[in-house]
Design a protein around this ligand. Structure first.
Ligand SMILES: *Cc1c(COP(=O)(O)O)cnc(C)c1O
Length: 393
C-alpha cells in the first residue's frame, strides 16, 4: 500500500489500471508546476485581482449578541461567483493550462462547481465540458444557462438517478477516454489521490487568511465550524488550525429530514467505511455496499461520500461531525439574514445552524469562527418555496 496516498486508513487510488497513468501525470505536474514560484505568483495575482481575495473575517456583532458568544464569519460568499469553489477551480484550471491541456472537464450537482470551472476556463481561454445529471440540469436551469453563457458545454447524464453521483462517474469515464488532452477538475476534496491533497492545497487559503486575520485582531478562536458536502470548504479552513489543539473543529453535514430518517446526507453520522469514486472513505451504503440515495434541501451537500481526510480526522477525533436538518438550516438563514443582512447559501447555513446547538452548551465565553462558504442568491427560490407559506409566518 502506497502510504502517501492515504490519510490514516482512508484515501488511496481505487481506479481502473487505465486511469493510473493520468493520476501519475497529474501528481508529477502538480509537484513540478503548481509548487513553483511562478505558478504561485500567478495564482495569487488572480485570487487577489480577479476573485477578490482576501475575503473579510467579519465580526458579526448582532449574531454575537444573539448567541452570547463572539461570532466571526469568514466571508467566502464575497468571492467572485459567490462561493469558495472558485479558489480550487481556478487553481486546477491554471494547472491544466500550464500542462498544455486544451480542455477541462468537471462534474457538477447544483451547478456551482460547473459555474466556477466554466468561469476559470473562460478566464484562461480553455474549452470546458461540464457533466451534469439530467435531473439536476432541470432543477438548476439557471446555472445550466450560466455555464452556456460562459462558453462551456453542458453534457447531461441520463443514467441512474441522473444526479451528481452519475455525473461524476461519467466525467471520470470521459477523462479516461481522452486522457491526453483533457484535465479533470474535481470540485471537492474527494476522488483518488492526489485529488484530495490538491483540492485541499488550493482551498487552504481560507484558513491561512483566517489565522492571519485572527492574529491581526488579537483574538484566539475556540471553535471553527464549516459545512461538509465533499468537504473542501471545511478542509480549507480546518487545515490552518489542525495543529492547534485549542481550536475545536466541527464539520456540519446535511441531516435532511433528520439523520434518523432515510432522507439525509449525513455520511459521517450514518455511514460505514467503503469505496466511492476512487477513494476509501465513509460512505452511505446499504447492507450490500451499494450507495444509498441522499436527501438534503442543499444540493451542494447532497453526496453519499466525504473527503478521506475528514474520515481520518473523525477517526482520530481531531474533528467532530454533526448533522443539521433542513428545518434547522432554514431557520438559520432567517436569523443570519435578519440580524446581519447576510443571506448565506443553504449549504453554509448548515454551519450557521450549528451555533444554535453549540452556544447554549458553552460554559465560558467563546470565540467561534463560521465559514460562510457561499452566498444565498442562488437559493432564494428554494427558500421561498420551502414548506410554502410558513417561512414568513
Ligand atoms: C459546493 C458547496 C459546498 C459543499 O462543498 P464542500 O466541498 O463540502 O465545501 C458548500 N457550500 C457551498 C456554497 C457550495 O457551493
Amino acid at each position: 500500500m502506497d502510504k502517501k496516498s492515504y490519510f490514516g486508513d482512508f484515501g488511496g487510488q481505487f481506479i481502473p489500471e487505465t486511469a493510473m497513468f493520468a493520476l501519475e501525470e497529474l501528481e508529477e505536474a502538480y509537484e513540478s508546476i503548481a509548487k513553483s514560484k511562478e505558478f504561485k505568483e500567478e495564482l495569487d495575482y488572480l485570487l487577489k485581482e480577479y476573485v477578490g481575495r482576501p475575503t473579510p473575517l467579519y465580526h458579526a456583532k448582532r449574531l454575537s449578541e444573539h448567541y452570547g458568544h463572539e461570532i466571526y464569519l469568514k466571508r467566502e460568499d464575497l468571492n467572485h461567483t459567490g462561493a469558495h469553489k472558485i479558489n480550487n477551480a481556478l487553481g486546477q484550471t491554471l494547472l491544466a493550462k500550464k500542462m498544455g491541456k486544451k480542455k477541462v472537464i468537471a462534474e457538477t450537482g447544483a451547478g456551482q462547481h460547473g459555474v466556477a470551472t466554466a468561469t476559470a476556463a473562460a478566464l484562461l481561454g480553455l474549452k470546458c465540458d461540464v457533466y451534469m445529471g439530467e435531473v439536476d440540469a432541470k432543477r438548476q436551469e439557471l446555472n445550466k444557462f450560466r455555464m452556456h453563457l460562459l462558453g462551456a458545454d453542458v453534457v447531461e447524464i441520463k443514467d441512474g438517478l441522473k444526479t451528481l453521483k452519475e455525473a461524476t462517474t461519467a466525467a471520470i469515464q470521459a477523462w479516461v477516454n481522452e486522457i491526453e488532452n483533457v484535465f479533470y477538475v474535481i470540485g471537492s476534496v474527494v476522488g483518488p489521490y492526489p485529488y484530495p491533497m490538491i483540492v485541499k492545497d488550493f482551498q487552504r487559503i481560507i484558513g491561512d487568511e483566517t489565522k492571519i486575520q485572527l492574529k491581526e485582531k488579537n483574538i484566539q478562536a475556540d471553535y471553527v465550524i464549516a459545512c461538509v458536502g465533499g468537504g473542501s470548504n471545511a478542509m480549507g479552513i480546518f487545515t490552518a488550525f489542525i495543529d492547534d489543539k485549542n481550536v475545536n473543529l466541527i464539520g456540519v453535514e446535511a441531516g435532511g429530514l433528520g439523520a434518523n430518517t432515510p432522507y439525509h446526507a449525513a455520511t459521517m453520522t450514518n455511514g460505514r467505511v467503503g469505496i466511492i469514486h476512487g477513494m476509501k472513505t465513509m460512505v452511505l451504503q446499504d447492507e450490500f455496499g451499494r450507495n444509498l440515495p441522499v436527501h438534503s434541501i442543499s444540493a451542494g451537500l447532497d453526496y453519499p461520500g466525504i473527503g478521506p481526510e475528514h474520515s481520518y480526522l473523525n477517526s482520530i477525533k481531531r474533528a467532530k461531525y454533526e448533522a443539521i436538518s433542513d428545518d434547522e438550516c432554514i431557520e438559520a438563514i432567517k436569523i443570519s439574514s435578519k440580524l446581519e443582512g447576510i443571506i448565506p447559501a443553504i449549504e453554509s447555513a448548515h454551519a450557521l445552524a450549528y451555533l444554535e446547538k453549540l452556544c447554549p452548551t458553552l460554559t465560558k465565553k467563546s470565540t467561534i469562527v463560521v465559514n460562510v462558504s457561499g452566498r444565498g442568491d442562488k437559493d432564494v427560490n428554494t427558500i421561498m418555496n420551502y414548506k410554502k407559506g410558513t417561512i414568513y409566518g
